[in-house]
Design a protein. Structure first.
Length: 397
């Protein structure tokens, strides 16, 4: 199936609901509101009662011409109002510094855990690479998830989508049509929200689609784009040189600090531009979900004009293709991909091996010393405060 995208800012209240309904009626689209609908006919459920329910919506064109509206990012209010047996919550919490199973798992009872280090290709030395289709199908079946379910993924990275974006991307690579990431992650879950245990699927099994190669690149496709000879070269995609984005912190992109993995040298891929994933967020202090008397430093994706500005000053042409994003090991690259999807560009690939693979390849170009641009004239207050707390090169992939 092909994907076309429409982005609509939800302005608030009945007016926003009317915009969504008119758009859906005009485009023969199903809006995934309560009650959940997954048919290709025009069918709209209850209107949105809160402006923060959705960042945007996009449409998946199904075989036969119908469309299903999906939402890259949804809020806790949306989850609560649209909860049904066809909406499945997934915990994707992960940390580069420790075993996530010992820290994060089971924070929300009866919620399946998607471990990106375990549901991965173990035949390579590279960390948490995309799993095989067979392993993906096996684990999705074990979590009682079906292809028609709307999966909502969260993690415990205080709203930074560290691993939830990776799981969102993985599901899309294998053709899962309805998958969203929860805004603010674990902190965004309503305090009184208690998911019911997943129903037993019996002999039913999850059937994935073939890997969507528009969404995942390997080293040979990057070589092709750079014009580097390789024995498995396949030609440049669409005859164009790709727009390459590095999602790591600026200190790592400019090789000012060591990589967090000791065996990975410093540097970056030539022609890449730097969009540090942390620059995509604003930081706010909100009451902690576990203890409302204590504040929690939580990150929220910037509003659309400010988010576009981050990409444009890099510079990145958001709607231009092909575009591929990489980071240290393919995790935070998915955060940038998610942000671009929220702006209407869903055909963005992730270089799965990322810098961990590229940095040790022979006979490929690498850049160590880069001329650093002057600092932007506008305020960096929000980003500098965020970077000081969470964007340590030792903290993120």
């Amino acid at each position: 199936f092909s994907i076309t995208t429409m982005t609509r800012g939800v302005g608030g209240g009945r007016g926003a609901a009317a915009v969504g309904r008119r758009w859906a009626l005009h485009h023969n689209t199903t809006l995934l509101t309560h009650p959940l609908q997954t048919t290709t006919t025009t069918r709209v459920g209850a209107p949105y009662h809160h402006h923060a329910y959705l960042r945007c919506f996009s449409t998946t064109v199904l075989p036969g011409g119908g469309q299903v509206a999906t939402f890259p990012i949804v809020t806790g209010q949306w989850l609560q109002h649209n909860w049904s047996p066809q909406v499945k919550l997934l915990d994707a919490s992960w940390s580069l510094l420790c075993n996530p199973m010992t820290v994060y798992n089971a924070r929300v009872p009866d919620t399946p855990y998607f471990d990106i280090d375990e549901i991965a290709d173990k035949s390579t030395r590279l960390p948490h690479m995309l799993p095989s289709r067979a392993l993906f199908e096996q684990r999705m079946s074990a979590m009682s998830i079906q292809p028609d379910d709307h999966v909502v993924v969260f993690d415990s990275s205080n709203g930074q989508f560290i691993a939830s974006a990776r799981v969102w991307w993985t599901l899309r690579v294998f053709g899962h049509r309805q998958v969203s990431v929860l805004e603010a992650g674990y902190e965004g879950l309503p305090r009184d929200f208690k998911p019911q245990p997943a129903a037993t699927v019996g002999n039913a099994s999850y059937v994935a689609q073939d890997v969507n190669k528009d969404l995942v690149w390997d080293k040979y496709q990057v070589m092709d784009s750079l014009g580097v000879y390789s024995e498995k070269g396949r030609g440049q995609p669409d005859g164009d040189t790709a727009q390459i984005i590095d999602a790591r912190a600026a200190d790592r992109f400019y090789a000012r600090v060591p990589e967090p993995r000791e065996d990975v040298p410093k540097g970056s891929i030539p022609t890449a531009v730097n969009v540090p994933y942390m620059d995509l967020f604003d930081q706010r202090e909100v009451p902690s979900r576990d203890d409302p008397q204590k504040p929690a430093q939580t990150f929220y994706l910037k509003k659309e004009p400010q988010l576009r500005e981050v990409f444009e000053r890099s510079p990145v042409q958001i709607m231009q293709g092909p575009t591929v994003v990489y980071c240290g090991s393919g995790v935070t690259a998915c955060v940038v991909t998610l942000a671009m999807a929220s702006l209407g560009q869903e055909r963005v690939a992730v270089y799965d091996g990322s810098w961990t693979e590229w940095s040790v390849l022979d006979r490929v170009p690498k850049t160590v010393l880069r001329k650093q641009p002057p600092p932007p004239k506008h305020s960096l207050r929000n980003r500098s405060s965020a970077s000081s707390t969470t964007d340590s090169p030792k903290a993120r992939s």
